[in-house]
Write a protein that binds this ligand. Structure first.
Ligand code: ADP
Ligand code: G6P
Length: 485
């Protein structure tokens, strides 16, 4: 068996998205989202194996190695898996529930069955490729049941689980009709990791509550014992399971490969600024087009600042790049049409011929192009209602190591616990976004030393806690976990 098979990552997404052409050939493009951004450099370094879905329906290519040395094992999803497991249970049940009900989750038993079946399919695929005694790192909310299934199939494996999105308070999680089975699935791992201490505490509190529930299916009542407290990058919290296993729980804030987000080429940045007609202030938003990201709210804040004269249309522009995401799901469609309507309205009100005030792209850009935008931007707007971490904020900060620029950041993004030099806003309150946009612009103009100190505090944090720190702290704790109590 290949050496790659002693370190296996399993995620719903492979790092590449495949398109099948009529002649049966495939083309590939990078797949969207922060999970792929975070894990790709880790897998390249370990020359590991990645089991996941290639973005196609009903077909998948044979396993192959990427240019960067990662062995990919595609898992086939059928059209009905795609609807029930991916669009349904993962993204219309778990995603809104775990993001604190920004929209109402749908509880549908058929979707739940699809979720169980597809989790079984992923576990079987891992079981086939993982070497004896391999380390398997299971990723994210789409695969919550995989640790438990895999533990039964392959007791020889060391199993870690990491959640890339928030973990909600027990009061919200308990809405889930299938809550016991999901907790039991997660507890199949030797180590369960979250971004934030708060997420880990929510999980520990939930475990305690579910354990105390009469008739619980998670072992017998009172057979789960919780001890210790959730810490960052080290383990003191444990859950003892009915079968005598000790599951470790901790917080491991994800980060980025800082090497990839240094400053962009000066000439490309100057060209862009010229194209934009040399504005005094460039605001920037970069997101997947997701209703959790607060894109509409930041557009409204920009519009109201233009309306009141706090910003001048001749001097400020907003660039908004939105990657298409989960486009068939209702709330995503609504969110897109609200964003696009607002862009049209704001340009209609405040733009001139050849000089829009909002430049909007609904597509993915290359890392190089993103870097040019980050470098050209004065104020980055990251305003999610709720976000596990938000790597865009960290990418912008890494790009402004020289202390230029300012970051307006939602207090409900995981990154807010680390980027203490950001201008923190409450995205539910447009006045708060406006205040922090104005404060950032004011400091850049009139108080540049204070603005630079803030940005350097942010970039110092990211440079000293990059993605290698995230992965190695998780994997070190995983190596030490799992001893019997
Ligand atoms: P999420 O994982 O919810 O999408 P993150 O901010 O954590 O949010 O991660 C998003 C990742 O996707 C970042 O690495 C960012 O650079 C990338 N990204 C976002 N929008 C685009 C885009 N339009 N083109 C290319 N990459 C993008
Ligand atoms: C977030 C999730 C990832 C997901 C990504 C893109 O980052 O945590 O698990 O892969 O969004 O979403 P998609 O549905 O396109 O995979």
């Amino acid at each position: 068996m290949d050496d790659s098979n002693s370190f296996v990552v399993v995620a719903n997404r492979l790092p590449v998205d495949m398109t099948v052409h009529p002649d049966g050939s495939y083309s590939i493009s990078p797949s969207p989202g922060g999970l792929v951004t975070g894990l790709s450099p880790v897998l390249e370094q370990h020359r590991g194996c990645w089991v996941g879905w290639p973005g196609t329906v009903d077909v998948a290519p044979e396993p192959f190695r990427t240019d960067t040395g990662v062995l990919l094992h595609p898992v086939v999803l059928t059209a009905s898996d795609y609807e029930g497991f991916y669009e349904g249970f993962s993204n219309a049940t778990l995603w809104p529930l775990f993001h604190d009900l920004i929209v109402t989750p749908v509880y549908n038993t058929d979707w739940w069955h699809a979720f169980r079946e597809v989790n079984l399919k992923f576990a079987e695929a891992v079981s086939q490729v993982a070497a004896h005694g391999a380390t398997v790192w299971v990723q994210d909310y789409q695969l919550l049941l995989v640790p438990g299934i895999l533990r039964q199939m392959r007791p020889d494996l060391k199993i870690g689980f990491f959640l890339h999105i928030p973990f909600p308070s027990p009061d919200l999680f308990r809405q889930l009709p299938w809550r016991e089975e999901i907790v039991r699935g997660m507890l199949g791992a030797d180590l369960v990791g979250f971004h934030l201490v708060q997420n880990a505490e929510n999980f520990l509190a939930l475990t305690q509550q579910v354990a105390g529930t009469a008739g619980s299916h998670v072992g017998q009542p009172d057979t789960l014992q919780v001890s210790g407290e959730a810490l960052v990058r080290e383990i003191s919290a444990h859950v003892e399971t009915a079968d005598g296993r000790r599951v470790s729980v901790g917080a491991f804030p994800i980060s980025i490969d800082v090497e990839m987000f240094g400053e962009a080429s000066k000439s490309a940045v100057l060209d862009l600024l010229k194209t934009l007609d040399e504005p005094e202030t460039v605001f920037l938003g970069v997101d997947r087009l997701d209703y959790t990201k607060g894109i509409l709210q930041r557009l409204l804040a920009f519009e109201e600042l233009l309306e009141s004269g706090a910003l001048e249309a001749d001097r400020a522009v907003l660039l908004q790049v939105a990657t298409p995401s989960r486009e068939r799901i209702d709330h995503y469609r609504v969110s897109r049409s609200q964003v696009e309507e607002a862009v049209g309205r704001i340009n209609g009100r405040f733009g001139r011929m050849g000089r829009p005030v909002v430049h909007y792209l609904h597509r993915s850009l290359s890392k190089n192009d993103l870097q040019v935008l980050y470098t050209a931007a004065d104020v980055m707007l990251v305003t999610p209602f709720k976000d596990g971490m938000n790597l865009v904020a960290k990418e912008f900060v890494a790009n402004h190591r020289d202390g230029t620029g300012a970051l307006v950041l939602s207090e409900f993004a995981g990154a807010a616990t680390e980027l203490t030099g950001a201008y923190l806003c409450n995205p539910f309150d447009v006045e708060s976004i406006k205040r922090q946009m104005v404060a950032a612009v004011h400091d850049l103009k009139h108080n540049p030393e204070s603005a630079a100190t803030r940005m350097k505090t942010n970039s110092e944090q990211v440079y000293t806690h990059d993605v290698n720190v995230w992965a190695s702290s998780f994997l070190d704790c995983l190596a030490q976990s799992g001893e019997n109590s």
